[in-house]
Design a protein around this ligand. Sequence first.
Ligand code: G3H
Ligand code: 13P
Ligand code: ZN
Length: 374
Amino acid sequence: MPLIPLRPLLDHAAQNNYGVCALNVNDMEQIQAIMEAARATQSPVIIQASRGARKFTNDLFLKHLMLAAVELYPEIPVVMHQDHGNSPDTCISAIRMGFTSVMMDGSLEEDAKTPAGYEYNVAVTREVVNVAHRFGVSVEGELGCLGSLEHGTGEKEDGHGAEGKLTLDQLLTDPDQAVDFVKRTGIDALAVAMGTSHGAYKFSRKPTGDVLAMTRIEEIHKKIPNCHLVMHGSSSVPQDLVGIINKYGGKIKETYGVPVEEIQRGIRAGVRKINVDTDNRLAITGAIRKAFTDKPEEFDPRYYLTPARAAMQKVCEERMRQFGQAGQASKVPVVTTEQMAKDYAAGKFGENARPDANAVVHKGKGGGVSAMAH
Ligand code: G3H
Ligand code: 13P
Ligand code: ZN
């Protein structure tokens, strides 16, 4: 089956009360790990690439690896998603490359560090919706900045995150503003801030409601029950994976992630897309460290990449079962981007999701309608 857009998958997830993990990739082995996990559990999948991943892998390699994935696993619905697009240019270049879903993260300015103003966020997100929906591509927006409620700072562990101290208003998505944001942008999914952050160092203790504000998600869901919510920074940082890394020479300090039961609580409150990257990084690194220690005389990359890939597959399978997407692969409707483009234009997803007929088409270096028309 072709790559599918995000929207019909999340609509199906909402109708059937499950969540879908969105898994970051940077190379072939990670894509293989996800696809094998999807086959083993019969799960639909969201595979996402950050700007850093696109740079590391190269767009063309990534595109063809993804095409290989759908050809080799025809029974698995796959969404190819741009994670944390920092500008319309980034999102448009992803659309040109064949991504079926993009995140316009206008919570931060284009430098991916400075918290952005609300009107800026609305404007850039709407700009992306106007282009993406014309091509049937789904759009995720973000309102509120990811960051710790323990110490009030954003995180820059992976190069994308707010710099300096953030206010509580910035760290917690405002439910009323979320209503306005969804209405004015016409997005398909909304990422919200409630105390999670990227990377391994999320919480200094097992999180309780004061530092992981799941009630905020529940309040937002009450106000916009038909909007799919997204949780970023949702790795659980399993202690056993940290233990393996440290046993074999690593130096990960004491840290805690987002407990799976809190994510399951989120799924009951409208969370449909759950971003997980760090847990897979931990699994891969632990397996490679162990392999190096077990047989220091080995130097064939297949010797350590094989257990690394298997370790990531195990994490992916666990999350697919825990989030409820296991067993859903054959039930997800196969909707093409072409069909979605017609549906958006016809107003099937509401007036606000219909691209503006007279919108100024983005003229930046990634843009131009002719450049995108393939
Ligand atoms: O945005 C967070 C993801 O974990 C991707 O991280 O920017 O280091 O590829 P990255
Ligand atoms: P983690 O670092 O918790 O895995 O979060 C990943 C993420 O949110 C990617 O956008
Ligand atoms: Zn994220």
